[in-house]
Design a protein around this ligand. Sequence first.
Ligand code: EPU
Length: 341
Amino acid sequence: MQQNTSLKPYNTFGIDATAQYFASFSRVEELGTLLEYRNNLSVGGMQAPLLVLGGGSNILFTKNVAGLVLKNELKGIELIKEDADYYYIKAAAGEVWHDLVMYCVENNYAGLENLSLIPGNVGASPIQNIGAYGVEIKDVFYQLEAYHIQHHAIDIFGKDDCSFGYRESIFKQELKGQYIIVSVTFRLPKKPVLNISYGAIKEELENMKVQDVSIKNISQAVINIRSSKLPDPKQIGNAGSFFKNPTVSKFRRHVIVEEFPKLVSYQVDEMYYKLAAGWLIEQCGWKGYRKGDAGCHEKQALVLVNYGGAKGEEIIALSQEIIASVEKKFGVVLEREVNVV
Ligand code: EPU
């Protein structure tokens, strides 16, 4: 157990906040002791708050963290079962997401290739149902194991128990703060269903002069697209998309298109459309904007960046200005995707 630990190496935004208490765990058995230790810590006369950190790639620290930060370092990836139709791959929560994707690509297990190069760890993937290029993990999710912080027991959640939605799950809602994800099992079809519906993938495969579309080629195409548009957190601090793409009614979209015919949007169902938040933000003139060390990425306006010494409050202040200007111009209120602590 450490005290006053800098969290800078543990968040991809590169914000220099500290944790009052900090420990990492690499075995589930350690959790009982660590959580008991936490019961004896008090912050302002109350039980010390707990924050579990995975890859730190979807979090923005705006202050020092009071209480205990636990870094999940549980490791292991294995094929636990296969039947006539599926492979079942179980990955420990502390595994790096992209390492799991590469394991699957190398073994020719299809299903995760569109999710190549997403920063973060496996444990966070179901919490916000990560998605990219036409695939979300709910499409291949089988079950997860989670440690109940109060009951000290492991519960198993199937797909229907998780209430997956767009960047949403029960672990961000009703069960927020109650569980620590221990492992996630994916069910990958033996007859691969390759998804190249996303325009950018098709274009990149053409650029790559690919003859046959394969798991490996799709993964490489996604890696190429992401590397060309999204800043590498090792070079410029960021947490991927800072905002969600807003969902609006068919009517509301129609009203906006009347005034802005170039609006980028996607039909969700009969009633709703998703708008490209990056486009809305770019239209408000923010793309490439920089104030001090806080900025809006020059190639993808949905991504806010820390050029080095930005404080969490400066990033938040910039995000507020962006939200206000998008609301003023388009009447749409952007919602943050990143967890603000
Ligand atoms: N666009 C602009 N200007 C910008 C950015 C985007 O005009 O600065 C327009 C373009 O027309 C583009 C469209 O928006 O065609 C969509 O952009 P992009 O394909 O880059 O995807 P996105 O909607 O901005 C979402 C996810 C990403 C995911 C990509 C690819 C969210 C919040 N973001 O971004 O996920 O990688 O699709 O599927 O849903 C993340 O969640 O952190 C993340 C990076």
